[in-house]
Design a protein around this ligand. Sequence first.
Ligand SMILES: *Cc1c(COP(=O)(O)O)cnc(C)c1O
Length: 491
Amino acid sequence: MRVEPLIFELSKPGRHGVSVPDLDVPEAPVPDELIREELPLPEVSEIDVIRHFTRLSQLNHAVDIDMYPLGSCTMKYNPKINEVVARLPGFAQIHPLQDPRTVQGALELMYRLQCYLAEIAGFDAVTLQPAAGAHGELTGILIARAYFDSIGDHRRTTVLIPDSAHGTNPATAAMAGFKVVEVKSDKRGNVDIDELRRLAGPDTAALMITNPNTLGLWDEHIDEIVEIIHGVGGLVYNDGANFNAILGIARPGDLGVDIMHFNLHKTFSTPHGGGGPGSGPVGVKAHLARFLPGPVVARNEGGDPEYTWAWPEASIGKIHSFHGNFGMHVRAYTYIRMHGSEGLRQVSEDAVLAANYLLARLRQAYDLPYDRTCMHEFVLSATRQKQRGVRAMDIAKRLLDFGFHPPTVYFPLIVPEALMIEPTETESIETLDAFATAMLQIADEVEREPEHVQHAPHRTFYKRLDEVRANRELNLRWDPQQSAPLPAAAD
Ligand SMILES: *Cc1c(COP(=O)(O)O)cnc(C)c1O
């Protein structure tokens, strides 16, 4: 690969990718509103475009390159059969405004996916509209608000959220107009039951719990927790992003959960991390089904057509244009059908086995703040390494030299120098061993030559990015006026 300098601006006036043949039909006028003379499109040849994007893709990590143990994000392999099915013309070349009679196959797939997700997680109704986990959370909490409004209970102003929760949970509750009250975790990483009892009351709209939680631990008091919240008239919302750990083993609906979102782009193998878009369906119990966003797909028993769009009677409205990210529904449906119920259970068993295997291999070299059998992920702490001047971020960067994507770092917030590792079920024992060997070598380097880890990565095109600036001034839009060559690689 040619690396220096990496030219970003490739446009040359008059150059183009395809030569359009001479017109051999009468010319039709282009509607005025479609003509945008001022649009400064880059003028490039086909090979320029291919090389540009291929080169950029090689500067990044991907699940198709190597292991991507980004805790809580479930970066599992995305089976290529999903792509084959999503590209079938009957799915790829239809339009959401088409008459339902002409897209019965697509509607049937959505209807079945609604049913499968409800069955797998123990709910009565599902919406496929939300486009991400966070979007599903907002949908779920708006449903909770609509429910309390409908029964005239206006005292419910707070949402309880454990301190191990993903940041989207408090953001969601605040955005839906609730006051967020944090619940501490106990020494074993569960929700602190005594504190929950103290905080739950007539003002509690919902508890947003993640089970298994972001420490990779199953809450040992889940029955009691549900009882406490239902006891004060509140609803239990389960953040289902970690559903990968319990498929075919436990159903949140059976545990008393009222509302849950799914991350199709985590649990059900649809692409994410740049490859999206995401999809975050929401499941609810029967008493909340009438508040779901509309429309949902309904089955017309013996009717014509068999599948139609229907509006839940007290719907919170639309939360996405059209019907959500349909291409992702096709991929998740394919994944479920390829596995079947036995296969889905094995997915979770293997995910939990892989995480516990890695935990067993790494526990001597790093601190383990919550020493329990883990579920699909576990959280180590680099506090020991920090005493040698090496931080979790340095370890993450050093892993890049071994070809691995780093784990999630500094999250959950209750673990100092957190390294949150989720291998997923799709990695072979050889890959798990290679990752463990890298982590052990890094721990060893911290003892012998900490500067080597502090200055990592050594082998990537870019060294350390200015992450604060990237966060504050994120700019993903190409703009010819601003376009400048990418900075050359350091060293
Ligand atoms: C990923 C994740 C979310 C948010 O999902 P997005 O699809 O990224 O919006 C919420 N909670 C937990 C625990 C997660 O891991």
